[in-house]
Each structure stands twice: as structure tokens, then as C-alpha cells.
Ligand binder design. Structure first.
Ligand SMILES: [Zn+2]
Length: 435
């Protein structure tokens, strides 16, 4: 028996004979251990501590939290309920030893370190482990400059089904033998203690959890954490059809290899599935766009895939796939300009309210017929008023036509929507030179 196993055996014995503190010690020790059986053991003891034990009402469950802490999470919770992505958050509340002022700071929980995370029990175990390693703040009191003392650490996890945060609150830190943890709900304003009826064994931290996190990270432009979360989701939910929904966002951050794994996992379980084929085609086009030198065979392979997706799906309303065929024709260089124009015209007239088709055809006309490009970009702007790309497209077309006043007003509109858009300086420069 090695040292680690010996320690675990001792802790296990102490937990079996001991009180809630010994059981929590066991849960945390098992959580920190890498062997597969330990995960189940950790959850066994966590359940015991929080639900089965009669003395699970460990002391002082609800402490008045700092106002800032409530406001910070309350705001994000409201967004989460309306479907916005939300990642887990660790809130540390400290109190000044001299004047009594409390302060709060927060950390978003990165998902990279999570070993297993499929059920609510997994979450609690992970939260206990994270909270047990939190260090006190080295900040000084804002009011009097005295050192701060950590009061408690809250690990917040949004539970979609109830629309509330489940919180693991840790009131003791480090090697304090008298552990005080509590399990709370937070509705955006108040806390209440979790009851046995609230949590069932079948409650799952499901693929949706990861999808929300990944989309949250990509929306914030944090593609590194998005990628890390996607890798973890792949390990646990590889092949789940919902995972395909994160591909688009990840591709925007050029996270090609994780997207490839998601798509391949999907297609392995569902060979020939049209949605999977379409995503694969999207991936190949992205590879083509960023590849140096650009490899035209990627476009041809994408062409095969999207055609297969369209014909096997039998769908007549798949506007994204039909538009992709136009983009492929434009990128491949095989088709005459007349042929490409016809393809775009067909898609635009079939789906007149599809803004992306207006954009694609606008790009095509920008090279060939700037007047027509302007018409498409104007139509797209009225369909998708918040997207600066349509005004930027118009600015480029007007510049080509030397219609400088119209170009300037298009640039101004784009600037209002996206003041720091990377295309703006280039277009402003071009406008200044044209005058
Ligand atoms: Zn103070």
C-alpha cells in the first residue's frame, strides 16, 4: 500500500467513526485523489454530510453577505434566467478586523481543473475542494487600511431548472478541524438552506451546462477558456448532438482542432448526419480562410459535404446550407461570375429576409458591380440593424464609386454600432486619401 492509499484508508476509517467534520475531510481527500473509485467515495461522503446526517445543520448556515456580493451575482443571475450564458463564480467575503467593514471579491471558475462534473454531487464535491484551497485576501481595508480576515467563500453554480444559484458556502479554511460548510440557494436577493427534497440523485450537471459556459466565454471573446471547457465537454459528452451548437462560436476564435474533435465525435455516432456534415463543411471553409497557402481542395471537399447534407436532409428551407453553396462557388474560382451571381440571386429571392445571404451576395458584387453591392448591403442593414458589417460593406462600395459623402455617412453608422471595429481606421484612411 502506498502512502496516499494508506492516508485515504485512515481518513475513511475516521469518517466512518467520526462526525461531520471527519466526513467532510474524507470527501475532500477523495476529491483530491485521482483514482477512479475515489470520485464515488467523495460523493458518498458529501451526500452523508449534506443530506443524510441528522446533524447536517452545521452551525451558522446563513451569514449576512456583503451588499456588493449580492449585487454582483444578482445581476448576472437575472441575465442567466433570460438565457444568457453564465459561468461558475467564487465570491470571497472578508471583514476588517479593526473597523468591521466587509468587502467582496470574485473569481470566475475556470473549468480546466474539473476532473468530473456530471451531477450536482460532482459540483458540490468540486466546490468543496475549490473553497478549501482559497487563500485569504492580501488586500487591506478600504476604510482604515487594517488587514482583512476571510469570513466565508461562496461557490456559485447556476441551476437552470430552478433558475437559482446553488451555493456551497465555506466558513472555515485550511486545516481548521471544525469545518463549517453550508448548502444554500440564492434567488438573486436572499439565501435559503437547501433541503433534502431540493436535490435528487438524478439531477444532472448536463451538457447544457458546458454549452452555456462555452457560449459565455466565446461571447466575451475569451476563446482560451472556451476551448478548455469544450475539451472537457468532449470528454464527458462527446457525441452529444447539442455540442455541435458551440462549433460556430469556437470557429470565430479559430479553435479548429477542438471543433474537429466535436464534429468527428458527432459523425462517428451518426454517420452521414446532415447537421454534422454541414458543420464539417463550415470547418473546412474556416481552414481554407486561415490556411497559408490557401488549399483549394478544402473548398472542394466542403462542396461535397454540403451537397450531401442538403440532399440527405431533404430540407427545402435550409438557408445556411444553400448560402454555403454560393460562398463555395465564389471561393473556389471554378465558376464563372455569371454562374455565381445566379446562385446568389436564387438564394436571395428564395430567402429574402436572410441577412447573411444579403451579406454574401454583397461581397460578391463588391468585386463585380458596386451599385448592386450597395443594394444588397442596404437590404441587409434593414434586416439586421445591429450588425456593423452592412454599413462597412456600403462604405467600401461607395468608395469604389467615389461617392464620398455616402461613404462617410456609412462609416459614421458603422462607428456608432462598433466604435473600435478593426476595419474603421482603414476605411477612414481611404476616405481621407480620396478627397
Ligand atoms: Zn477597516
Amino acid at each position: 500500500m502506498n502512502d496516499g492509499a494508506e492516508t485515504l484508508a485512515r481518513i475513511e476509517l475516521e469518517a466512518q467513526e467520526g462526525d461531520v467534520n471527519a466526513q467532510l475531510d474524507a470527501a475532500i481527500a477523495y476529491m483530491s485523489d485521482n483514482s477512479p473509485g475515489s470520485a464515488a467515495k467523495a460523493i458518498y461522503w458529501i451526500r452523508k454530510v449534506f443530506l443524510t446526517n441528522s446533524d447536517r445543520t452545521t452551525p451558522t448556515l446563513i451569514v449576512q453577505a456583503n451588499k456588493t456580493s449580492l449585487e454582483v451575482r444578482g445581476k448576472t443571475l437575472a441575465l442567466a434566467r433570460s438565457g444568457e450564458p453564465l459561468v461558475d463564480m467564487l465570491l470571497r467575503t472578508s471583514k476588517c478586523q479593526t473597523c468591521g467593514d466587509t468587502s467582496t471579491d470574485k473569481t470566475l471558475i475556470g473549468l480546466e481543473g474539473v476532473k468530473f462534473y456530471r451531477t450536482v454531487w460532482d459540483f458540490i464535491a468540486w466546490a468543496l475542494l475549490s473553497s478549501s484551497s482559497v487563500q485569504p485576501s492580501d488586500q487591506k481595508c478600504d476604510l482604515c487600511g487594517a488587514p482583512l480576515e476571510m469570513q466565508f467563500v461562496d461557490y456559485h453554480h447556476f441551476v437552470k431548472e430552478s433558475g437559482e444559484d446553488l451555493i456551497v458556502r465555506s466558513l472555515t479554511f485550511g486545516f481548521d478541524p471544525h469545518k463549517r460548510y453550508s448548502l444554500l440557494w440564492f434567488d438573486g436577493k436572499d439565501y435559503r438552506v437547501v433541503s433534502q427534497e431540493d436535490i435528487r440523485d438524478e439531477d444532472k450537471v448536463d451538457a447544457d451546462y458546458f454549452i452555456r459556459s462555452i457560449n459565455g466565454y466565446t461571447a466575451a471573446g475569451n476563446f482560451e477558456d472556451a476551448e478548455a471547457a469544450a475539451k472537457l465537454a468532449l470528454q464527458q459528452f462527446g457525441g452529444d448532438p447539442k455540442l455541435l451548437t458551440v462549433v460556430n462560436g469556437l470557429l470565430a476564435g479559430n479553435k479548429i482542432s477542438v471543433c474537429e474533435s466535436i464534429i468527428d465525435g458527432h459523425l462517428e455516432q451518426r454517420p452521414g448526419d446532415p447537421a454534422g456534415l454541414f458543420c464539417k463543411a463550415e470547418l473546412l471553409l474556416q481552414k481554407f480562410r486561415v490556411g497559408k497557402p490557401a488549399a483549394i481542395e478544402l473548398v472542394k471537399e466542403a462542396d461535397l459535404l454540403v451537397n450531401r447534407a442538403l440532399s440527405t436532409s431533404g430540407r427545402k428551407d435550409w438557408q445556411e446550407a444553400e448560402l454555403m453553396r454560393c460562398d463555395i462557388a465564389r471561393l473556389s474560382g471554378d465558376s464563372s461570375a455569371e454562374k455565381v451571381e445566379t446562385l446568389y440571386e436564387e438564394v436571395v429571392s428564395k430567402f429574402p429576409n436572410f441577412a447573411a445571404a444579403r451579406f454574401g451576395s454583397g461581397l460578391f458584387y463588391l468585386e463585380n458591380d458596386p451599385e448592386k453591392a450597395i443594394n444588397q448591403f442596404i437590404a441587409g442593414e434593414s434586416l439586421s440593424a445591429g450588425d456593423p458589417m452592412f454599413a462597412l460593406g456600403q462604405a467600401q462600395a461607395y468608395l469604389k464609386l467615389k461617392k464620398l459623402d455616402q461613404a462617410r455617412s456609412a462609416i459614421e453608422r458603422a462607428k456608432q454600432l462598433s466604435p473600435t471595429h478593426p476595419m474603421l481606421p482603414m476605411l477612414e484612411d481611404e476616405l481621407a486619401k480620396a478627397r
